[in-house]
Design a protein around this ligand. Structure first.
Ligand code: CA
Length: 683
């Protein structure tokens, strides 16, 4: 029974003329059509060692009002608050040395759950998490690195060295750095995170040790040195795992006394929730920290006088004294930014592009709009799993069909990607997407794409070749008679989220195009993320948006092929029953294994292109359209790097490097500081 499809294919081949004639009608792949980037001018490119370096300078500077606090004896001198060697951030590649003062006003739809980040609480999505948690390394600004060395940048770890066999990575930490309350930062903070949070399964941490490779160990060498030991040599992607969301410690001097291992009078639940949002100021290593929290209204962050970065002239960063987060809604973010009462938004929804650009033509429009690469893409996944969520004969037959190359090819030839794009928004924004890795990346080139053109005749011929025929003449092909579903119409569920207007629009168009090929789709909108459905594997087709995984694959390899039993989304297994790999998937896994253990970024890029050729040739999923996104930021900010993407290793707010933004003195009055001259923890 399981082999019925291949039997059909063989039968069709030996039947002779008729089948050969239909085989000849199938369109060949064509070169991927040339597309024009939305980015204006050239994308900023800066060498790794220039963007950030770790070095002591002869002298340091800070805002005059902070100098006054030092003179009053309320703070130690700036040189004693900085690490022995601060991180020096380049400003010469952008608009240069800034002046102190000014406010950055964000609007967010999220709310802080509490400050115990290490226990899996969010301090606030919409990049408040990223702003408040400093990690071993930093990946956000890696998008602007020159291709010779695309690696994470220093943050709490200032340098790292691989052992000769590549199985040990020794990291030097920021020597002499301090938390925002003045307490010393050292390896004990990292070890408290690793031993008592990441490795303690009673704590619902963001990550577990397995994320760094099975069997990975971390040990303290001395107060400012830690050492990783891996099972595999040179796992460079593990380095990216040490950036945001993964190894970002909280202050052990605050949290250890609240942890059940060190405090017999408490529980894990109490530990997780021990730091309510009302408890201020939050102790951090970040450029700013929260000093005021008004539920559902506002959070005010003020400069951390112990922050460990300076500019080339020794001016302690950040330049801006205050960051505000208005606690509102996501819709309100773009509305207020367009109106000039907030300063930053990501323009991601193609259905709003034209209206925003129309408003941007008015001279009083307060923002610059900076288009990044097409780093968001929509696709149809076909469920390839034979081991997860298969409940009956029908599911079995559908999964077998999805696993058949000719069927995936029939679906891909049915997609008119040009029409799909233009139906969403007219103009140059949206381009066809073949699936796989994004073209507009530092490694992307058209030759890595095998592109199957829109050709409904090919779809019909392929379905006929597989034995599907519309026996009851209702316009939908029927399953072949050898199939357990013999005679039934070919009907597949199509899952999508109703939360995203683009997903709704695409689902309707895809359904129409599938119908034209003779396949009926049953629309299954969910009013939450599609992962709520895909995690349980009970779906046939799903429309989803890919982003970071296809834009910066080296940091997300597990999303691309069955490297783990849970991934990729369209081919999940279970821990008891791992995936049954298709032949080309074995090649994909091998290629990604090679990526994982290749140190040289050029060689890694070559391998990623190879991955993409195999994936697109075999139609691993069905690409629909690639969509650009733009950063919308108030014109008064300087040092916004040209071509900053809304999404790369991290979201746009982190990609622009907020700590080096500045506002000319004459423009600082346009946004009002709510807590002038306040420093966290100082009265
Ligand atoms: Ca029919």
């Amino acid at each position: 029974m399981k082999r019925w499809l291949s039997c059909v294919a063989v039968a069709a081949l030996v039947l002779g003329q008729g089948s050969w004639a239909s085989a000849q009608q199938i369109a060949d792949p064509i070169p991927y059509p040339p597309v024009k980037s939305m980015q204006q001018g050239t994308r900023l490119q800066v060498p790794h060692g220039k963007l950030m370096r770790v070095e002591a300078l002869a002298s340091y500077n800070e805002p005059d009002w902070v100098k006054n606090l030092v003179a009053e004896g309320k703070l130690p001198p700036v040189k004693d608050r900085l690490p022995e060697k601060p991180i020096i951030v380049d400003t010469s590649s952008v608009e240069g040395t800034g002046v102190y003062g000014g406010v950055l006003r964000h609007v967010t739809g999220s709310r802080p759950q509490g400050w115990n980040w290490m226990a899996g609480l969010s301090l606030g999505s919409g990049t408040l998490d990223e702003l408040l948690t400093m990690c071993l390394v930093r990946s956000g600004p890696s998008w602007m690195l020159t291709p010779d060395k695309v690696e994470p940048l220093p943050q709490l770890a200032t340098s790292w060295n691989w052992s000769a066999d590549g199985k040990q990575l020794t990291m030097e930490l920021l020597r002499g750095a301090k938390w925002s309350d003045g307490d010393p930062f050292d390896a004990d903070d990292i070890m408290f995170m690793w031993d008592d949070n990441i490795s303690d399964t009673n704590v619902p941490a963001w990550v577990r040790p397995g994320a760094f490779g099975q069997g990975t160990k971390l040990e303290k060498v001395d107060a400012y040195t830690i050492r990783w030991t891996f099972q595999e040599p040179f796992p460079v992607p593990a380095l990216f795992q040490m950036s945001f969301r993964k190894v970002c410690p909280g202050p052990s001097h605050v949290l250890k006394p609240l942890h059940p291992k060190y405090n017999k009078d408490t529980t894990y639940d109490a530990y997780v929730n021990s730091l309510k949002p009302e408890k201020m100021p939050w102790v951090t290593m970040a450029p700013w920290t929260v000093v005021r929290y008004q539920p559902d209204q506002m959070m005010v962050l003020r400069r951390n006088p112990y922050f460990f970065e300076v500019d080339e002239k020794g001016n302690q960063l950040p330049y801006l004294d205050e960051v505000q987060y208005k606690l509102s809604s996501w819709e309100d973010r773009i509305v207020q930014t367009a109106a000039g009462s907030a300063d930053y938004a990501n323009l991601e929804d193609a259905l709003t592009f034209l209206e925003t650009l129309r408003r941007a033509q008015a001279p009083e429009f307060p923002n610059k709009i900076s288009w990044g690469p097409r780093s968001l893409s929509w696709r149809v996944d076909l469920n390839l799993s034979k081991t997860c969520g298969v409940q009956n004969e029908r599911d079995k037959a559908v999964r077998e069909l999805n696993r058949t190359f000719e069927f995936r090819r029939a679906v891909t030839h049915a997609m008119d990607r040009e029409a799909l794009g233009q139906s969403l928004v007219r103009g140059p924004f949206i381009v066809p997407y073949a699936g796989g890795l994004h073209l507009e990346t530092d490694f992307g080139e058209p030759s890595m794409i095998v592109y199957y053109p829109y050709d409904p005749k090919s779809s019909k011929a392929l379905l006929a070749k597989l034995g599907f025929e519309d026996t009851d003449k209702d316009g939908i092909v029927n399953w072949p008679k050898q199939s357990p579903l013999a005679g039934q119409n070919l009907e597949l569920s199509l899952v999508y989220t109703s939360l995203h207007p683009m997903a709704v629009a695409l689902a309707e168009s895809v359904s129409t195009m599938m119908r034209e090929a003779g396949i009926r789709t049953i629309l299954r909108p969910v009013n939450q993320l599609v992962t709520t459905v895909t995690d349980r594997c009970q779906w046939d087709l799903v429309i989803d948006r890919g982003y970071r995984d296809f834009q910066v694959p080296v940091a997300n390899l597990e999303a691309l092929a069955p490297i783990t039993t849970q991934t990729p989304q369209w081919h999940r297994g279970t821990s008891e029953a791992p995936q049954q790999l298709l032949d080309f998937e074995k090649e994909l896994v091998q290629t990604l294994d090679a990526v994982r253990s290749t140190q040289d970024s050029k060689a890694r890029n070559e391998l990623l292109r190879k991955y993409n050729q195999i994936a697109t040739k075999n139609i691993y999923h069905v690409g629909l359209v690639s969509v650009p996104a733009a950063i919308v930021i108030n014109k008064r900010f300087k040092n916004v790097p040209p071509g900053a993407p809304v999404l790369a290793y991290q979201w746009g707010e982190e990609n622009i490097m907020r700590e080096r933004l500045w506002v000319a003195q004459s423009e600082q009055g346009k946004a009002v500081e709510l807590l002038p001259r306040v420093v966290p923890g100082i009265q």
